[in-house]
Design a protein around this ligand. Structure first.
Ligand code: NAP
Length: 608
């Protein structure tokens, strides 16, 4: 593979841009923050529980008992099941709302779906299943198929309960079991519960006045209605040639679906509040020669290299193995430090961040110039330019999105001045006082990621010992041991962004957590105990450890344009990274390994 060159970036007036960034942020800040979004319940329940891909077969309720319940059959749940197997834990069930494994990759099949992150780092259990991704950025079906591959390879299907949504989780102290009820009338007792719901489990809707009045067709990108549009996730939407379609939302999902909607529809109107920053996709097929050259450990090295770019820095001489938009700023900064012999800046965090910020401004300006070069109408191009810092929002990668605005059948309506779409009516959408009529509105409005946990989990009651609600326990901030267990919630384990270590390949984080969880469950079983939980002192100790390493990035986040990354700009909003342990992802791996290696399970109490 060619070494990855720094990108050519223009000079910028940093101060003027900073002022512009703040103005653009203020334009979009809303006093209702996260409350602006509607939950997918009541008449919108189908946007969450409805399955457009596979009919839900009737079945009798399950009344029974199992040792471990894994909540969710996406990559996190699959990795957890694999690790449980490795530890010899055999009696477990994976309860999943979808009709198959895959999680987000089961549900999200909108046209154009493709991962935005290096597949070689992201797709889990590659070596174990003997699979190599077909290209750098896998399409959605390859990800879904990989989830199925993992399921088949490790015999996980026999443990699955599909098309089932856990509705309540209650610890019963008398019998030392979790009581689990589901939307299928099941009553299941489980000794252990592992939460693997992932951050993108539940779609949300924009709380636009009149949203319930629209008489035309609607759906959410996460539950795409191909019966209505025709085609499949590769495109070919051949049923909407006579339809006027609106799409609300231009985040990762909207960006990918828009080119396909434009090709299929009579007319497409894109309602945009904040433009995404759109990198070149520059996808490529996996090179067989490169595959032949790989030696054991290649994947761990690649993941660490990605981590350095995203959450730390390249060391002198370290190549950029990822070489895409995620790593552009780090790569350019490393080139600058090389050129100026300035590596000493690494020892001075303030100086380092200043130098990084310069590269950030320049890279974002390069992307704004990219918009200008592609979009022919200057007014439309201006509306599509992102004015905020790199990583204020999730980067997107697309070669078809910007050219879509050169089509005659596509209109862009900028709704930033009204902080979002003003109103929905029976017939369509009002913007700037004008009603636009549509046959269909597509909501590309994202997921319950940083909204209240009650909304995200949608599980109630969710209670531990003495009937304490998890939502209350975490009401003033997360309280865990190692981001995984909480005091008062025996035999309960969390995966995901809660007081853990963050890294660029999310599935690696799931692996780190699953290793720890499976080990604790196996230990509990082999010690013949009925329940295990952290002491309140151990939990408080971890809270203090997390606090000790916490990084004050509030200036960065508050200056960002609103979005779920900064809890819509709420002053004390929860980070989507869930109050992480900033002591370092690999440092946390070591800490957990050391903790396990003593065999003492320090901080946990076991009861027979
Ligand atoms: P999102 O990033 O949360 O985007 C929601 C969109 O809806 C934003 O453009 C938002 O505008 C817009 N919106 C919300 N309320 C609005 C209103 N009242 N009026 C007008 N516009 C409104 O959701 P997403 O695109 O589904 O992506 C969510 C996350 O899922 C991504 O960040 C990514 O982590 C993951 N994802 C990944 C992939 C991939 O890897 N390929 C693909 C899809 C999703 P504002 O920006 O102004 O709020």
């Amino acid at each position: 593979m060619q070494p990855c060159a720094p990108s050519q970036t223009p000079e910028v007036d940093q101060e003027a841009l900073h002022r512009k960034y703040l103005l653009e942020r203020d334009k979009r800040l809303r006093s209702d923050g996260q409350q602006q979004y509607l939950e997918a319940d009541e008449e919108f329940e189908e946007f969450y529980t409805g399955d457009p891909h596979l009919p839900v077969e009737p079945r009798e309720p399950i009344i029974g008992e199992v040792e471990v319940v894994v909540l969710g059959g996406g990559f996190s749940g699959l990795i957890t099941a694999h690790r449980l197997q490795q530890q010899g834990v055999e009696d477990y069930k994976i309860i999943e709302l979808g009709g198959d494994f895959g999680g987000v990759w089961y549900w999200n099949r909108y046209p154009g779906i493709q991962i935005d992150s290096d597949a070689y780092c992201y797709l889990p259990l590659l070596e174990e299943t003997g699979y190599m991704p077909k290209e750098k950025f896998s399409k959605g079906d390859e990800c879904f198929e990989h989830a199925q591959r993992i399921g088949k390879h490790f015999g996980l299907y026999e443990h699955a309960i599909f098309h089932t949504l856990i509705r309540s989780l209650e610890w019963d102290e008398e019998i030392k079991r979790w009581r689990i009820s589901t939307n299928r009338g099941d009553e299941i007792l489980a000794r252990f519960v592992v939460m693997c719901q992932g951050p993108y489990n539940r779609p949300k809707l924009p709380g636009i006045p009149g949203i319930k009045d629209f008489k035309g067709h609607t759906f959410h990108t996460a539950r795409w209605d191909f019966d209505y549009t025709g085609g499949d996730l590769h495109g070919g939407l051949d049923k909407i040639g006579d339809k006027r379609i609106a799409i609300i939302g231009t985040g990762s999902s909207g960006i990918q679906a828009i080119p396909h909607l434009a090709r299929g529809a009579k007319h497409l109107t894109v309602f945009q509040r904040t433009p995404s920053y759109v990198f070149e996709r520059a996808n490529y097929p996996t090179d067989p020669e490169w595959v032949k050259s790989l030696t054991p450990g290649w994947r761990a090295e690649r993941q660490r290299n990605f981590h350095n770019a995203a959450f730390a820095f390249y060391n002198p001489g370290e190549p950029d193995l990822i070489c895409d938009g995620w790593t552009e700023v780090a790569r350019n900064l490393a080139a600058k430090l090389n050129e100026t012999n300035g590596w000493a800046a690494l020892a001075d965090p303030k100086k380092f961040l200043e130098l990084k910020e310069i590269e950030d401004y320049k890279a974002m300006e390069r992307l704004r110039q990219r918009v200008e070069a592609i979009v022919e109408d200057p007014e439309t191009a201006e509306k599509l330019k992102p004015y905020y810092r790199n990583m204020c929002k999730r980067p997107v990668f697309n070669d078809e999105f910007l050219p879509t605005f050169n089509r005659d059948n596509v209109t862009l309506i900028d709704v930033s001045e009204t902080k979002g779409v003003e109103r929905i009516t029976e017939k369509g959408i009002i913007a700037d006082g004008v009603e636009h009529e549509f046959d269909c509105i597509v909501f590309a409005s994202g997921f319950e990621i940083t909204t209240a946990l009650e909304r995200q989990f949608d599980i109630a009651p969710f209670t531990g010992r003495e009937g304490t609600s998890l939502y209350d326990h975490w009401g003033k901030g997360f309280r865990t041991l190692h981001g995984i267990m909480a005091h008062g919630f025996p035999n309960h384990f969390a995966t995901g962004f809660v007081q853990g270590g963050v890294t660029a390949a999310t599935t690696l984080m799931f692996e780190q957590q699953a290793d720890h969880i499976a080990y604790i469950i196996k230990e509990a079983q082999s010690r013949g105990v009925t329940h295990v939980e952290p002491t309140s002192e151990a939990e408080e100790g971890w809270v203090q450890t997390v606090r000790q390493y916490s990084v004050d990035n509030s200036t960065f986040t508050t200056e960002c344009t609103p979005g779920y990354y900064n809890s819509e700009g709420e002053p004390n909003g929860r980070s989507f990274l869930g109050d992480p342990f900033w002591g370092g992802f690999y440092e946390l791996t070591e800490l957990l390994e050391n903790w396990r290696s003593t065999g003492d399970l320090e901080g946990l109490v076991f009861e027979k």
